[in-house]
Design a protein around this ligand. Structure first.
Ligand code: F0G
Length: 460
């Protein structure tokens, strides 16, 4: 018999989670104003809000915490982080930051000014937020295939090179401070970018003299997909692929809360010393001295160790295998999803799940609320709420894709939990015709509104 798949780790410490009743959940959801960010964690049975900072650290990472060097400058923890970053990504210069959006803040303060254009593949919400906060514009150049959830394209994170070249050709160079390639592309469904595409983007960028930065939160998951799907990469190791990926970038921003499997942390990697020096000033201003940038020594140690573990093939196979396990169950139930399955999450196509709801009624959020009421499973909306209003017109932006994302924390839940999630969503799917009313906004912030928004049910 072929030996079945099994996790490449075992459990050493456990944390209790609490099941609740539907009646309790209805009360809590109302108190939370239908915003899942407002729920208390003990009101949630299985938490799929995010895979960011929610992973389980290993025994080795915890050991590294004890070895943290908390010296203000010249700490050995800084050197450990520097060595891991340099060996794994190839970037000779780096700045630590407290998380990914802090890396964006520092880098964009250095590069972006009002009126600039920043092309990329479906920029993540904080990335777009930081761009628009500076009165610049994010231009989405993702390939069209990404917007058809039924298409099984291997690299739905790829950039459409014609769209990109149009932007580069038709605008002055001074207005395009950088191109951002998000690997994997979160907003399009945790979809990878191929090496071929990275190389082509890099060549185009060189032709027009514009730097390329990778938004690298899930770079290792991207490398895993390259190994599995891209011709010529099957025999290469994850670390070889990672080095090749980053050879096509001038720098990277990193939310280490994902593929470095830590609860907090980030960094910026640079090839160019002078850009690193310019950014250092903003790092000191916003984050802290350049040898710790918002992180304690123990956290830098855990991050360095996490980078090694996060780029291990067996770990990635377990992690992405679990996401695919959930995806396959949902697929078997006939639930509409983004295909192929993402690396960190399953993205449910809410428009096709609830086609009877008009887009104004926040379809993906309505589905997330229903899933919570059904089983205490907390998902997150990647749709109209997240898309914010157009900063110029003040009108709601309705994205092509309206997702309810089931993000799977790393090394946290078992496949029994996956079965539970699938069953809960199946039950909602069975009664989908009875969901005839969605939600409306009562109160919202001008930027990144989804975190704090208050909603209510649409009445007759
Ligand atoms: N870039 C990408 C692609 C991300 O997915 C995130 C965060 C960030 C940047 C910002 O990093 O949270 O450390 O400041 N994504 C989380 C998510 C929040 O749920 O997808 P951060």
């Amino acid at each position: 018999m072929k030996l079945p798949f099994a996790e490449s780790y075992k459990t050493k410490m456990v944390e209790s989670i609490r099941r609740s009743t539907r009646k309790e959940r209805e009360k809590w959801m109302g108190e939370a104003r239908y915003n899942l960010f407002n729920l208390k964690s003990d009101q949630v049975f299985i938490d799929l809000l995010t895979d960011s900072g929610t992973g389980a650290m290993s025994d080795r990472q915890w050991s590294e915490m004890m070895l943290g060097d908390e010296s203000y400058a010249g700490a050995s923890s800084y050197s450990k982080m520097k060595n891991a970053i340099e060996e794994i990504t190839g970037f000779p210069y780096f700045l630590p930051t407290h998380q990914g959006r802090a890396a964006e803040n520092v880098l964009f303060s250095t590069l972006i000014k009002e009126g600039d254009l920043i092309p990329g593949n479906s920029h993540f919400d904080t990335t777009k937020g930081h761009i628009e906060f500076r009165k610049a514009t994010a231009i989405d150049c993702t390939i069209d295939a990404a917007f058809d959830t039924t298409l099984d394209h291997p690299f739905k994170g790829d950039i459409n090179l014609d769209k990109l070249e149009d932007v580069l050709k038709n605008n002055p160079k001074e207005k395009i401070p950088l191109i951002i390639v998000t690997v994997t592309c979160n907003s399009s469904g945790g979809q990878p970018v191929s090496i071929k595409n990275m190389k082509a983007v890099s060549q185009l960028a060189k032709k027009y003299g514009i730097p390329v930065f990778f938004d690298s939160a899930r770079f290792a998951e991207n490398a895993y997909f390259i190994k599995l799907r891209e011709e010529g990469y099957g025999k290469k190791s994850i670390r070889e692929i990672v080095l090749e990926m980053f050879s096509f970038a001038d720098g990277m921003t990193m939310s280490s809360k994902k593929d470095a499997i830590v609860n907090m942390g980030g960094f910026i990697g640079f090839k160019d010393k002078s850009l690193f020096e310019k950014a250092s000033m903003f790092n000191i201003l916003f984050e802290g001295y350049i040898s710790y940038g918002g992180m304690s020594g123990r956290d830098m140690n855990a991050l360095a160790q996490g980078l090694w573990e996060g780029t291990d093939f067996d770990y990635l196979e377990t992690r992405i295998g679990q996401v695919a396990y959930l995806g396959q169950k949902l697929k078997d139930y006939g639930i509409p999803l983004q295909y192929p399955f993402g690396g960190h999450a399953i993205f449910v196509d809410a428009k096709r799940f609830l086609p009877q709801l008009p887009k104004e009624q926040l379809v993906a959020q309505t589905l997330a609320v229903e899933l919570y009421l059904e089983g205490g499973v907390r998902a997150v909306e990647i749709g109209t709420l997240l898309a914010d209003r157009d900063p110029e017109t003040g009108k709601n932006r309705y994205p092509e894709l309206e997702f309810t994302r089931l993000a799977i924390p790393r090394r946290v839940y078992s496949n029994n939990h996956m079965d539970f999630i699938a069953a809960a969503l199946f039950n909602v799917f069975e009664r989908r015709d009875q969901i005839t009313k969605g939600l409306k906004i009562v109160k919202e912030a001008p930027i990144l509104r989804h975190f704090t928004v208050s909603l209510e049910r649409v009445q007759d």
